[in-house]
Design a binder for this molecule. Structure first.
Ligand code: NAP
Length: 451
């Protein structure tokens, strides 16, 4: 079978590996990515001070070295090639396109200057080409990060790390420059529910206590007041509470920057100053109530406060983008699917030979490694379905490349990427960092044209 995988992030690579290592099927995999660089979330999402997580790319590079695997970077589905064309050139298609859009707060003031969604801030510090020109102004002293997930934690940590902590990472050079000059003294991380409902994981929360020159701050009385006595605590949540209690027991150092952890607060409006920049965030205090289905939800009490901040960073979750010609579930904001088989969103009938893995399938849930099994399960369905496929004469394997080239699209191969990789690693060595990313697609193509 010839299979196209769209997206070269973890879920795509895990699917490729599961397909290519089968001994009962002969599979050719072409993996497309709209960027010239592979690895999706590992490169563009994982925080730069989490280098250990990024070592997973060694596993992906081993998959890419398999003889029947081909990387076609710098090719965007919906722009350079249509879904219909892929259907003609491949037996099966796997969408591994992730979640590239932010969920919105839906409150007045969202979208004003210095209200910056997590995708923009994360993409900017990670050198994602889409966000290299984002206007991130850290001349303000106080910032609100909305949300209590691991992305909110990443964002708060990167804002508060020292330049010395950051320069040894693969943070984008433009972001390092702005962060060196940052005037930020206080970050407020805001949860709409209580501490025991927070989505962050204990390891990520604990790390906030180990920053070189910034302290997590929460008063013991405030923490006790926010904990919901009716909540059943699993192991992770109990660990989170213990860590928060240990933060409450610490004496913050006088000169350290502060990360204020606040709970039971929902933003209701982003307030602008006369120049149209963020001046504050209106918050409503919440209490926890039980829904009809038994889950615990935040309800507004009507009591409000204004938090004076000069920037707001909503980090409240992501959603999948709609791709032209690909079935999309408007409600779940993912590619419409049942167990990874793409379906018509209205009738739920299976669309033959199309599959989806990773966050494009599940929404933004689960750590990177947790998608390995899910991608392998989808690969299993694919092999079983493929065994029932009526044989079909496909165009020559190189015909897709010829089609792209005829359109002026220059696919980037995995060997090309290795050249970019070497160039980035060499640039990074100059500042003692694992790499210094090239953040502009034109510049990447120029490096390749020189070699
Ligand atoms: P997330 O874990 O779903 O957290 C979203 C947070 O936003 C929750 O606290 C949620 O509160 C809150 N929220 C949602 N809508 C809101 C609203 N309208 N107003 C106020 N708060 C709102 O999402 P994420 O942080 O984007 O992370 C996505 C996935 O990536 C997760 O699986 C995460 O673990 C993973 N990740 C892992 C790492 C790591 O391992 N280091 C780093 C980054 C991300 P409710 O709970 O009340 O809905």
């Amino acid at each position: 079978m010839r299979i196209a995988i769209i997206g070269s992030g973890p879920a795509g690579f895990y699917a490729a590996e599961a397909l290519l290592k089968r001994s009962d099927a002969v599979v050719d995999v072409d993996m497309f990515d709209r960027l010239p660089t592979p690895y999706g979330l590992v490169r563009g999402g994982v925080a730069p001070d989490h280098q250990k997580i990024k070592t997973v790319i060694r596993v992906f590079a081993a998959t890419a070295a398999r003889p029947t695997f081909r990387f076609l970077g710098n090719v965007c589905l919906g722009r350079d090639v249509t879904a219909e064309e892929l259907r003609r050139h491949y037996d099966q298609i796997v969408y591994a396109t992730g979640n590239e859009t932010d969920r919105r707060l839906g409150i007045p003031g969202e979208g004003i200057a210095r209200c910056t969604p997590a995708t923009v801030f994360v993409g900017w510090y990670n050198g994602h080409p889409d966000y290299r020109e984002a206007k991130i102004d850290l001349s303000v002293s106080r910032i609100a990060v909305v949300g209590n997930g691991n992305v909110a934690v990443d964002v708060a940590r990167i804002l508060l790390r020292t330049p010395a902590e950051l320069e040894k990472t693969d943070i984008a050079a433009h972001a390092l420059k702005v962060l060196r000059e940052s005037r930020v003294r206080e970050v407020f991380m805001l949860g709409r529910r209580g501490p025991e409902h927070a989505a962050f994981s204990p390891a990520e929360l604990k790390e906030l206590g180990g920053m070189e020159a910034a302290d997590p701050v929460i008063a013991a009385a405030e923490l006790a007041h926010c904990v919901d006595p009716g909540s059943a605590l699993d192991r992770e949540k109990a660990k989170n509470l213990d860590i928060l209690r240990s933060f409450a027991a610490r004496e913050p150092s006088a000169n350290a920057r502060k990360l204020h952890l606040r709970f039971l607060l929902s933003p209701t409006e982003i307030i602008a100053d006369s120049a149209g920049n963020v001046a504050g965030l209106a918050l409503e205090k919440n209490r926890i109530e039980t829904r009809a289905d038994g889950t615990r939800a935040a309800r507004g009490t009507g009591e409000t406060e204004i938090l004076e901040v000069g920037m707001v960073l909503p980090a409240i979750g992501y959603a999948a983008d709609r791709i032209d010609g690909v079935a999309y579930d408007e409600k779940a904001r993912v590619i419409a699917n049942e167990d990874g088989r793409v379906v018509d969103p209205a009738s739920r009938a299976v669309i033959a030979n199309e599959y989806v893995v990773g966050w494009a399938r599940s929404g933004p849930q689960g750590l990177i490694g947790e998608h390995k099994r899910a991608s392998a399960d989808v690969a299993k369905h694919m092999i079983a379905d493929g065994a029932r496929l009526a044989p079909r004469a496909l165009p020559d394997r190189d015909a897709i490349v010829a089609l792209l080239k005829a359109r002026g699209v220059q696919p980037v191969t995995f060997n090309d990427w290795k050249q970019l990789d070497d160039a980035e690693v060499a640039r990074g060595a100059r500042r003692g960092a694992p790499r210094d990313k090239i953040v502009d697609v034109e510049a990447m193509l120029a490096v390749l044209a020189q070699n």
